[in-house]
Structure formats: C-alpha cells, structure tokens
Design a protein around this ligand. Structure first.
Ligand code: BGC
Length: 905
C-alpha cells in the first residue's frame, strides 16, 4: 500500500479554517515529489460531493481555486487531495474547512446596551503638540464595560453549534459561564463604517439541552475608545453595540437560529472603564458571579435597545485573530519610592498579569507601563500625549489570592510600576504578549550575536505591531499607517505567514479609498480622521501621500512576489488604477511653487504636468540629518519640505511599473503596455527635470539618490555617477545612515547592485548613531522610531521604541546574508547567493515558501566555505557560489568554495 502523504493542507493560507470568508476558497498542500497531476474533491458532512476536479495535469500545489457547485454558507466540508508524480505514485491528504455566514443569511439586528454616550474628547494636532489634556480623572470621564445576556432554550444538546458574533466596540463572548474561544479584542480593528468582521466560534461542546446563556462583555475598543496620534475618542461612534447569531443543528437535522434581539438584557460590569489607550479599571468587589450562567437572576437588568443600524457592513473575519501569544516572567528591579518597578526584559505589546495575595477589599493597585527607564533607572514615560495613560487599575476584592489581567486594553511596554501594595507584599507578575496569531516562519542565525539581536528586534517589533492590523507603534498611536506597512511588508513575509493578515488589511484600505481615487495615509480610517484632516492644514491635513498611499500597489505586489498569490492582484488592481488616475490628475493640475508663474517652455511644461510633484507630502520621513538640532515638532517638517517634490514622482513611476506588471500577470496586456509606457514617460520627465548631466539631483540627501536608483529613475548612462554621488553622501555622514522611512529599505540593495557592496556591509555593521547596530549596542530589544531614541549616555527621548519601519533591513539579511531571494513569484524559482564576506563565520536559516522551507546553512571553513542548501519539491533553485551557478535538486546538498577573502568589521 502506498504510504505517501500530502501534508500541511491549507485553505486560504490557513489550516482547517472554521469559516472562510470567500465563496471561492483556494487549496494548498505540500508534497515530497515532483507533482504532475492532482485531484481535489470536496464533500459536505452528509457525504454530498460538491466538487471533483478530476485528475488534472498540473504541477500546481498552492492556492488552487475551488470550482465546484456554489458553496452554501455556514457549512462544514471535508476536502481531499491526491497528487501524482511522473511514475504514477499517488500521495493523499484530507482536511476540513467551513464557510462563513453570508450577509444574506444575517437576520439579527444590532443591539445596544443601556449606556451613556462616550464623553467626546477630541484634540487637534495643535492641542496635541501643546500637550493639553483632560482635566478630570479617567474614572470620571470613561464609562463602564457593559454585560449583555441572552437566554437560549434548546430541546436537546446539538450536534453542531456555531456562534457568529461581532461588535461596535470590543467584546468577549461566553456560553454558560465559559469564555468562547481564545481571541482577545474581537472583532479586531476594521474600517467599521464599511466593514465589520464577524467571528465564528465552534460552540458545539458548551451548548446543552435546556437553558443556555450567551454572555457578551462589551467595551469601547477601536470603535468608541481613544486611539490615534491625538488620542481622541469616539472615532467611529459614541455608543457600543453588538450583534450575533447562534446556529445550532440537532441530531435529526433540525436547525435552530437564535440571534441578538430585544429580549437581551444588560447591566454594567465590574470594569469601571476600559480603553485601548487610557487602560482599564477593574473593581473586583463588583464582580458578578455567574452573570452568564443559566441560574443567574437577571430580573433587574435592563433590556437592550434594538437599533436599525444596517448589518450590510458585516463580513466574515478572514485570517488569524489576536490572541495571547507568549508570557514573559517579570522580575522586580527596585522600589523607586512611588512603586515597585518590574522588568519583562523585552519591549512588547500586551499587558501585565498580576497574582497577588493578602490585599484588603477596596485596595487600589495601579499598573503603569513604559518602554524604557531613564539613564539613572528613574521612571520615564516615552509616550507623550493626551489620553495615553497606559495605566491599569485593579481594585481588590480582598478574598485572598487574586489574579488580574486586563481584558479590553493593551499597552506598549517593557517595564511596569506597581503602586498601592503594602510594604513587603510579594509581586508575582508576567508580561502577556498579545498580537495577531500569525504562524512564525523564517529563521535567521549567524555567528554574530549583535546581528542575531538585530533580527530578533525586528521580529519583536513585528509581533508588537501586527495587532489585528499593521500599526506604527503599540503605545502612542496604534494606527494603521500605510507607509510603515509598505516599507516593512517584505521583511514581514520572512518572519511569519502574513498573507491573510495583509489581505484583510488591504480590504480595509480599499474600503477607505475615497471616491476620487485618493488612498488615505492610514487605514482603518475613521470618520473622525476625515474630519480632523479637513479641519487642519499642513502635515495634519494630508489625506494621501507618496509612499504612504502607494501601499495600495506595493503591498499586493509583495504578497504576489512572496506567496505567488494572484488573487491579491486581481482584488486590488482597480483600486490601484484609480489611485494612479488620482496621481495623474494631481500631476496635471499643479506645478511646484518654484515654477508657477515662471515662463516655461512647452516641453518643460509638458514634462512638469506629467509629474506628481506638488501638494503636502511626508517625503523621506525622519531622514536623520533633517532631525538634528531642532525640536521634534519643527524638525519633522524638514524632510517633507525638502524631499516631497522628488519622492512623489518617483513613487508615481514605481506604482505605474507595478501596475503594469500586475496587469500583465492578470492577462490584461493592452493595459499593461499602456501603463508601462506611462511609467517610461514619467521617468523620462523626471530625469530631464531633476537629474543633471553629472548625475546630481537637486537635494543632496542619501534617500533621494537611493530612491532614484532603486526605482530606475536614472538613465543608464548616469547610473554610475548617481551611485558615486550616493557613496559620497554616505561617506560625508561618516558611513552612517541618513535615509528616511521611504528610502531605507533600498539603500543596501542599491549599493550592492551598483558595485558598492563593501559600503553596504559597512553600513550594516556601523555602530555610530544613526545605525542599526547603535540601537543593538544601546540595549534595544525592538526597532526604534528614531535612531537617537536613546542617546549615547543612555538618556531616552519621548519617541516610540517599537516602530518596525527601519526594521525593513531584515529582508536584506534574508536575501543577502542567507542569500535566499525569489526570482519568480512564490519562490517558484529562487536564487541562493549568500554573502560569505559579510563579516560572520556562519549563517543559517530558512524561508518558508508555498512549496515548503528553503534552508541555507553556510560556514567559513579554512580558507574556503561550505554551503548546505535544502530545497523543497516544486522549487527551481540555483546556487551562485564563487562565480559558479549550480542547479540545486530537491533535498539537501552541500557545496564548497575556496578561498574567500574575509573582511571582518
Ligand atoms: C507615525 C508614523 C507615520 C507618520 C506619518 C507618525 O506619527 O508614528 O510611523 O507613518 O506619523 O508621517
């Protein structure tokens, strides 16, 4: 009998998802042979065959789309794959998936617990800079978490139970007193006015014959709570609500559907308040035992209000929810006179779980959070701003041993300070890391502990900012800034399986696109964001910006390149084309200030009208030299003013090129040719307007030269000169970085590709600020927003210590140090070219591709080097070593090269 198996079976990138969000799910599997044909079959639990692909001659093993009869919503399926090799040997695999509830099957209304509307706390950027803050304590301004309770009678215990639920706010569901699922902060962050994700839970086990109680604890979350740079409240709405449907199937096939309705009752819970920024306050004395159990008497609770809010915005949640990911023990550092300072040893996004005993009833324990301490160990909060308290409060029940972990908030921190304990009281604390529960994938390790720490720091910043949506930072803003995601996306793909995560975020970004095609700088974007931008000018009034809005093209392309996912291109192409038209209209409608009114030749005018080089931009944001010697709020305007005019047309050209490539993939050849021609015209106009005959650009900053080379803005005959200028600029800064957000991902590659690999290596190892190793040497455990977040003497600045953007270098480490770079989408064809002279004696690691892991393990040995590569079936791999090109067969193979010149740094 044949023992071969297909393994790692996935539907839409996930193992046995409970409720896929598409009517055409795609199937993936791994094989240990060269597949020549497959057959897929899909059946309902009753055995009904809904799809049989038949034996299909194809090597495809990834993202094969369903093509059977239309799938019913809220239905479980089993699927089987058979895979043959050329010899006719067959491998098999079986797995499951369910379909989510379609909008057409949603009949329950939104219900609102009785509540006061959120106190509106809205601050302009100017207020924020001035630091004006709320006059009253959190407890007086914020409102309690509401508990909702529904009784459900079942004639018998079911054979299948599915709960579909969501909220305007964040919620925790329970059934008969037990929490449902292990998600936290459901439903996650979305552009709620357009789409609200619905969670699906398997509740077969907790349901029983007779009385059941469904409980929902509901807090403000992203909907009504404080969020964003200014920490303003009620960004989507000022009242929380929830909706749900419980779908039950009995043994005889009867189906019962029970949705949120007017019989649901509510009451305030023991949380006096809960807010994503301010923190939460839990009064254990007010805990209501068994409030979500069948025997509880809720006769004094108040009926909810059924609203007529549309449920058309509901969509099945796609991807991995936010969960508790890790726990780190916290050790006591010292008592600073105000409280006991604890250290988790790592900057994270999450919260503190405290175990305490011997508290008096009503004793108030306060947990403050910060990412860093001052140089002398004193408490220092690096996150400035209104409503950024990041402080949780526990009011003890006085019942002996008590455990507290916040439920409806999270913070960015490494240190916590606990106040309110009696002298001598023992503190048992853990830092609970939360984040989107993405499967870790790649590995990276070298002989150099500093390089390993840099990589680890990137991974931790990824974890801390992949919280439902990609965020800039977990403490000050928690916002889906588009450029941060754009520059980091390639690095992210190496460290975790991020396909579903980004695909869902892109759905939000598309939903946030304005009718005129403008793509916003943040997503999810709230109605408050829109009003605030309309009321502001300058940087605060920016709606779209180069490098930010272009995420709509760059992120899909990254997903295609790394996962071979064509659907992500098809889903986004119309939004990309609308954005391109917006850029073109903006280009045609204005000239840069320096030119308007000046007499221009018709040729120049025509060129200028092709270039998007006007309007407010962030430019090469935070370029280090532009930040020196001025207060931050002044300094941040300099890179935008200096580089905006140049950066915008470069992104315009690159987005056109990506769109040309995407339309080609999608078989839209005429459009592709037209887009490519437009890209050429923009590049030619840019070169004529901004690059002189010596290869000089008008602004002498590394970032401008880097982008010009990376985005192919430079005519061939000038490339070497432009690269020489870039090298000069790097030397002028003492071989240190002077690249901002938009250019830093390309600097090292551009240097390598223009014959300056040594300088790229030097920049990697540079330990003088600004540099990556400076952060590592300064004890960083995550990637900082600013290179000088902690000064050489240990003095911290009020800036984020957990911002992944500059961590984009991690992609370079995988591609150039391990040397694993995709040549064709999804690593179908890969070139392995490790940099044996990078300055380490060994490097090993792997990248997870749709076909399995590609591993590289190299070491310097004697005068030469050994390179061992592991390649899965389905990948065409080529090793470039010592000037040779070696075809790598599937499996493991070892190769030698001699001798290499070592260059230690
Ligand atoms: C965020 C950035 C973001 C930027 C926009 C900042 O406040 O933290 O990461 O991209 O604003 O310029």
């Amino acid at each position: 009998m044949d023992q071969r198996r297909c393994h790692d079976l996935r539907v839409e990138h996930l193992h046995a998802p409970l409720a896929v969000a598409t009517s055409v799910p795609r199937f993936s599997w791994l094989v240990e042979h060269e597949q020549t044909a497959y057959r897929l079959t899909v059946r309902t639990p009753g055995g009904e065959l809904v799809w049989d692909s038949g034996r299909t001659t194809s090597a495809a093993t990834s993202l094969v789309p369903y093509a059977g009869t239309p799938l019913r919503s809220d239905t479980d399926h089993t699927w089987t794959v058979e895979s043959w090799d050329a010899a006719g040997t067959c491998a098999r695999g079986v797995s499951r998936f369910g379909t989510g509830l379609s909008a057409a099957d949603w009949t329950a209304p939104w219900v609102e617990p009785v509540q006061d509307a959120t106190v509106l706390e809205r601050w302009s950027l100017q207020d924020w800079i001035r630091g004006a803050g709320p006059a009253t304590a959190a407890e007086e301004r914020l409102r309690s978490v509401q508990l909702l309770r529904q009784r459900i009678h079942l004639p018998e215990s079911p054979v299948r139970g599915r709960l579909y639920a969501t909220a305007h706010g964040v919620y925790q569901a329970s059934l008969n007193g037990e929490p449902v699922g292990d998600e936290v902060l459901a439903p996650g962050s979305d552009s709620y006015r357009h789409r609200v994700s619905v969670q699906a839970y398997d509740v077969t086990a907790p349901l029983r014959a007779g009385e059941n109680v469904l409980g929902i604890a509901l807090a403000d979350g992203w909907w009504a709570g404080r969020i964003g740079l200014t920490g303003s409240s009620a960004q989507f709405g000022d009242r929380t609500a929830a909706t749900w449907q419980l779908h039950v199937e009995l043994a005889d096939g009867r189906r019962i559907v029970c949705g949120a309705d007017g019989d649901v009752v509510s009451a305030p819970g023991p949380w006096r308040y809960a807010d994503l920024f301010v923190g939460e306050c839990f009064d254990a004395r007010g805990a209501i035992p068994d409030w979500d159990g069948p025997s509880f008497d809720a006769s004094t609770w108040t009926p909810v209000r059924v609203t007529d809010e549309p449920t058309t915005t509901l969509v099945p949640f796609a991807g991995e929810p936010v969960r508790r990911l890790h726990e780190l023990p916290m050790c006591v550092l010292h008592d600073d006179g105000e409280g006991i300072v604890l250290d988790a040893g790592q900057v994270i996004a999450g919260r503190v779980r405290l175990r305490l005993s011997g508290l008096r009833a009503g004793q108030r324990v306060t947990i403050e959070h910060t990412e860093t301490l001052a140089a002398d160990g004193a408490w220092f909060v690096n996150i400035v701003g209104i409503n950024k308290d990041q402080t949780d409060v526990y009011i003890a029940a006085g019942t002996g041993d008590e455990t507290y972990e916040p439920v409806f908030t999270y913070h960015g921190f490494r240190y916590a300070r606990i106040r309110g304990l009696d002298a001598g009281m023992r503190v048992d604390a853990a830092a609970v890391v939360i984040g989107s529960d993405l499967e870790p994938t790649g590995t990276f390790e070298t002989s150099d502990p500093r390089l390993n720490r840099l990589h680890e720091n990137v991974v931790w910043s990824q974890r801390g900012n992949f919280v439902s949506v990609p965020t800039d930072c977990p403490q000050r803003e928690k916002v889906g800034w588009t450029s941060d995601a754009q520059v980091f996306a390639p690095a992210a793909t190496n460290n975790a399986r991020v396909a579903s995560f980004f695909t869902r975020w892109l759905a939000n970004l598309r939903a946030d696109q304005l009718p005129d095609g403008a793509v916003p700088i943040t997503s999810p974007r709230s109605p408050f964001d829109a009003e605030a931008a309309a009321a502001a000018d300058g940087v605060g009034g920016i709606v779209s910006a180069a490098g930010w809005s272009d995420a709509i093209a760059f992120v899909p392309w990254t997903l295609y390149e790394r996962y071979g996912d064509e659907r992500v291109l098809a889903e986004n192409i119309d939004a990309i084309l609308a954005w391109i038209e917006w850029q073109q209209r903006a280009a045609a409608s204005a000239l840069p200030d320096a030119l308007s009114g000046a007499p221009l030749s018709p040729e120049r005018e025509a060129r200028q009208r092709l270039l998007w080089n006007t309007g407010d931009q962030f430019g090469d944001w935070l370029a280090p030299s532009t930040m020196e010697g001025r207060p931050v709020h002044e300094a941040i305007g300099i890179a935008p003013a200096l580089t905006g005019e140049l950066v915008a047309p470069m992104f315009q050209a690159q987005t056109l090129t990506l769109a040309a490539r995407m339309t080609a993939v999608l078989g839209r050849d005429a459009e592709s040719a037209e887009l490519a021609a437009r890209a050429r015209a923009v590049r030619a106009a840019f070169a004529a307007e901004y690059i002189d005959e010596y290869g000089d650009l008008p602004v002498r900053l590394q970032g401008v030269y880097t982008l010009a080379l990376a985005f192919d803005m430079v005519p061939d005959e000038l490339r070497a000169s432009v690269a020489d200028r870039l090298v000069e600029l790097v030397h002028e800064r003492g071989d240190r970085l002077d690249t901002g957000f938009l250019s830093v991902p390309y600097l090292l590659d551009v240097l390598c590709d223009t014959g300056h690999r040594d300088l790229a290596r030097r920049l990697l190892w540079q330990s003088e600020m600004p540099s990556w190793m400076y952060e590592v040497d300064a004890g960083a455990t995550t990637i900082w927003e600013s290179w000088d977040a902690v000064a050489p003497d240990g003095t911290p600045r009020a800036t984020s210590l957990n911002h992944y953007a500059f961590g984009c270098v991690d992609d370079w480490l995988y591609r150039r140090v391990l040397g694993i770079a995709p040549v064709r989408p999804g690593y179908r064809h890969v070139v392995i070219e490790p940099d044996l002279e990078i300055g380490v004696t060994f490097a090993r690691g792997s990248v997870t591709t749709p076909y399995g892991a590609i591993g590289v393990d190299w070491a310097l040995e004697g005068a030469g080097a050994r390179v061992t590569c592991t390649v899965p079936h389905g990948v065409h791999a080529e090793l470039r070593l010592g000037g040779r090109s070696i075809h790598l067969p599937p499996g493991s193979s070892t190769h030698h090269c001699a001798p290499v010149a070592l260059q230690h740094n």
